[in-house]
Write a protein that binds this ligand. Structure first.
Ligand code: LLP
Length: 420
């Protein structure tokens, strides 16, 4: 997290004091670094170099339109999984011709909108979807470019909830079945087969699962060529892990080098869909200590951020560092940092050595990916505001939700029954 650094015991985002942001905008507050988003994206773009292809940022990791706009300005493409994400990309100035549409459950309406704006490719996840997409495209008099997402049955060695490339997962088409489904798709006039797609999981910290998956995909490319089906691009999904604690994920450049080496002389362009490795270490979640509650068994610090703001610790037992915004001299104690939500699973960190006082501000580090996007209104808590820092400037890029917004769209039964 090189863009979030300490000066004289105070934590900064680029050149902006996080304490000042917390005081000015209140907590819980997400704070992002434009420099970090940009550098992480550029790492991919530089590593791809002049090899034909695209870096399609996975919008689900952090979909704030200011974030998407920063990436769009750098020439990024986008990996989307819903019409909502597509609309965000368009609002942010993203180029639809650089969008890939993933996801197991695209509806015909979503397909129509994507065909209307001209997305680059649909990553199709089942044989049934092949037929629905062909019917929608035919009805519109269009040809949809498709990749089939294949499931290579590779163990990504990651948390089971974010592992996607095993036979028992709902994603993709079994790689053994793929030649038959490709043959079927290839004879449908409303589809143009252009690629193969594969995404085996998230937070991968070793290269070997990626390389194993690629080897299987390349075998399929060769087999399809024998069937007379020419694959133009490989989409290798996202998944490169980040350092939350002491993980040592491969460098982007090494990852890409390993991939390029294995392509041999096949003229394949490359698409990558990184989410976490661009966003996670580009953001923090600021929170305030509301109450200290030492007990004979455990010390609880009740903070104003909760599982509705960042569900990763509760859902995946994820560990994210928690640091004071202003370091204090003196002894530390072990604290469980828990939120106000009425669930035992509502914690952001357990057994952290900190020197705490009521009113202290803390930062939950590495919160830029799957933080705000997975947040909810559980316990009727308005969602946090989001701020983007750029050098010595800070801008609110999403206002804190109001209490009124919580009930927007809800009506009393008696109002429903009123004759119109
Ligand atoms: N492409 C596809 C088709 C995906 O399903 C995903 C993530 C990505 C790309 C981006 O993967 P990344 O580069 O971020 O690993 N909420 C979980 C992570 C879920 C990942 C879902 N798919 C977490 O907070 O750890």
């Amino acid at each position: 997290m090189q863009d979030f650094t300490e000066h004289n015991g105070q934590l900064f985002a680029e050149q902006v004091s996080l304490t000042e942001l917390a005081e000015q905008h209140g907590t819980p507050l997400y704070v992002y670094s434009r420099a970090a988003f940009s550098r992480h994206y550029q790492d991919y773009a530089n590593a791809l170099g002049d090899h034909p292809g695209m870096i399609c940022y996975a919008v689900k990791a952090n979909s704030n339109i200011a974030v998407l706009n920063v990436l769009a300005q750098l020439g990024a493409g986008f990996d989307i999984v819903s019409e909502g994400e597509l609309e965000r990309v368009l609002l942010a100035g993203g180029d639809p011709a650089r969008v890939v549409f993933s996801g197991v459950g695209k509806t015909p309406a979503e397909m129509r909108r994507a065909l209307d704006v001209g997305v680059h490719c649909f990553n199709v996840e089942s044989e049934a979807e092949v037929d629905v997409l062909a019917a929608v495209a035919a009805e519109m008099g269009k040809v949809a470019r498709v990749s089939l997402r294949v499931n290579p049955d590779v163990d990504a060695n990651t948390h089971p909830y974010i592992s996607t490339g095993l036979k028992e997962n709902k994603f993709g088409i079994d790689i053994a079945e793929a030649p038959r489904v490709y043959a079927h798709a290839n004879q449908l006039a409303a589809l143009q087969v252009v690629g193969i797609d594969c995404h085996i999981g998230s937070q991968l910290t070793e290269l070997s699962p990626f390389v194993d998956a690629l080897d299987r995909v390349l075998q399929l490319v060769d087999q399809l060529a024998e069937q007379g089906i020419t694959i133009k691009h490989l989409d290798l999904g996202g998944g490169l892990g980040v350092t939350y604690k002491d993980e040592q994920p491969p460098a982007v450049a090494d990852y890409m080098q390993a991939i390029k080496q294995r392509l041999g002389n096949r003229p394949l362009s490359l698409i990558f869909e990184p989410g976490r490795s661009i966003a996670a270490n580009a953001g923090v979640l600021l929170t305030k200590v509301e109450y200290l509650k030492p007990t004979p068994h455990k010390n609880f610090a009740i903070i104003d951020a909760a599982m509705n703001d960042n569900i990763r610790p509760s859902l995946y037992q994820a560990w994210q560092d928690i640091r004071p915004l202003q370091r204090r001299e003196g002894d530390t104690q072990s604290w469980d940092l828990v939120g106000p939500v009425c669930e035992t699973g509502d914690f952001l960190g357990k057994e952290r050595q900190l020197n705490l006082q009521t009113g202290d501000f803390l930062a939950v580090m590495s919160s830029g990916a799957y933080g705000f996007t997975m947040s909810s209104n559980y316990n009727s808590r308005p969602r946090a505001a989001e701020v983007m820092v750029d050098g010595d400037q800070a801008s609110v890029v999403r206002a804190r939700e109001s209490l009124a917004s919580l009930t927007q769209g809800e009506v009393l039964l008696s109002q429903q029954l009123k004759p119109s």
